[in-house]
Design a protein around this ligand. Structure first.
Ligand code: PLP
Ligand code: ZN
Length: 414
């Protein structure tokens, strides 16, 4: 990997050789970051080269990804998700331009397929045969699916609260599933102990420095899909903080290699009931104060974010803003995205969009702005939440009289 300089500790600055199974800093235990030789990448990639590439998957950006030259990344088709211009929703909100990046169309229906595909390639490079992680649900189901496609065994730890759809995916992909009676924090701790004990390949968020590199490919796609015209803002729902840090790294990679000349400002969106990253950002603090995991958006109910520092740094560097939304606002965004765009997101999937709506109301962003909102997971994963957002259908005996009555009672036009 000539284009990768080192894995550098974000706490003490120690540099480590980029071995495929290196996780945290050997000196201080801090998180590592993949540092590239941008001069070398700049020589090997250009807009024109990318535009002529057929591969629509995340691996079309291989020059920017920390995988060995001889590595074969084939597996499920991850990435290449659509970017929709949300004309009706933008009009409805009075916003100049709004784009919805629907990452719920990935093979296991969330953005987490990007880091999981990366984890599987790195596990293969490391010669591992078993991969493990703890997850609020999507990291787990994406790992299980991407690993199944390449013949790896998986051990997965999820908190008991994980929605059934995600657990069904895990079981269907043949993972060994451990449902932990406790919070995500408890789940994470047990998985870390088990990984240490049995030496499995570690796909835990933030701990494995390569995962974020998979996530950043979403930003490359946004830039290409907008014909390299970078939006003013990109809204991201935030739990552990790996996604927002990855989104930022992607734009910075493009900037460092002269493929773009402007950087977007990040909108970090968390749930009011669990917003430790936004809280620290708003208070200008760099100390993590754990919070309860109290929100319907299970994928971002993370009381002790694993990527706290990189996430904070990303929001600050981008001159970003932080917005917290209530569960009611999340459910309402779910319905409005469905109705105006035909995009069905899970609660955490639409939290970014809920944040855009709220930021406009609070005048934190101007109506003249162009905004990309990431939809990070598909709504079919959590049907109970969807039905809470949308309500029940008309349910009657098969009789025209009853149908007329029901239409009148509900004010349905006919
Ligand atoms: C994981 C996830 C997020 C947040 O990503 P973090 O890296 O935990 O901040 C947002 N939405 C969905 C659907 C997710 O699965
Ligand atoms: Zn260190």
């Amino acid at each position: 990997m000539k284009h990768v300089q080192s894995l550098t500790c974000i706490r003490c600055g120690a540099e480590h050789a980029p071995r495929p199974d290196t996780c945290t800093c050997s000196q201080c235990g801090g998180l590592l970051e993949v540092v590239y030789d941008y001069a070398s990448i700049r020589c090997s990639i250009s807009r024109a080269i990318l535009e002529n590439r057929r591969d629509p998957s995340m691996w079309r950006y291989r020059e920017f990804l920390p995988i060995a030259k001889e590595s074969d990344p084939s597996g499920l088709r991850v990435g290449g998700s659509p970017l929709y211009k949300a004309v009706r929703l933008a009009d409805h909100l009075g916003l100049a331009a709004l784009y919805i990046k629907d990452d719920g169309i990935n093979p296991t229906a969330s953005l987490k397929d990007r880091p999981s595909a990366m984890a599987v390639v790195k596990a293969a490079e490391a010669g591992a045969d078993t991969i493990a992680c703890s997850s609020t649900g999507n990291a787990a189901s994406s790992l299980a699916g991407n690993a199944a496609a390449r013949g790896f065994k998986t051990y997965i730890f999820v908190p008991e609260r994980a929605p059934k759809g995600k657990v069904a995916q895990l079981l269907m992909f043949g993972a060994q599933v451990v449902s932990v009676k406790g919070s995500y924090e408890d789940t994470f701790r047990l998985s870390a102990e088990a990984i240490q004990r049995w030496g499995w390949y570690n796909r835990n968020a933030a701990i494995n420095p390569y995962l974020m590199e998979g996530k950043k490919t979403v930003s490359f796609e946004i830039a290409e899909q907008l014909n390299w015209q970078i939006p003013d803002y990109v809204a991201v729902s935030v739990g552990d903080g790996c996604t927002i840090a990855g989104v930022w790294k992607g734009f910075k990679d493009l900037y460092e290699t002269d493929l773009i000349h402007k950087l977007p400002r990040l909108i970090s969106v968390q749930a009011e009931g669990c917003c430790p990253i936004n809280k620290a950002f708003s208070e200008g603090s760099s100390t993590l104060v754990p919070m309860e995991e109290n929100t319907i958006a299970d994928s971002i109910a993370v009381g002790v974010p694993r990527n706290f520092h990189k996430a904070l740094r990303a929001i600050r560097e981008s001159d970003g803003i932080a917005v917290n939304v209530s569960d009611g606002e999340i459910l309402s965004a779910m319905q409005v995205l469905g109705k105006t765009c035909g995009v069905f997101g899970e609660p955490a999937g639409v939290t970014g969009t809920a944040g855009v709506i709220k930021a406009l109301q609070l005048k934190l962003i101007p109506a003249s702005a162009s905004v990309v909102s990431l939809v990070t997971g598909n709504g079919l994963k959590d049907i109970a939440a969807a039905i809470r957002a949308a309500g029940a259908p008309i349910c009657i005996e098969p009789d025209m009289g009853l149908l007329l009555q029901a239409f009148k009672a509900r004010g349905v036009p006919f």
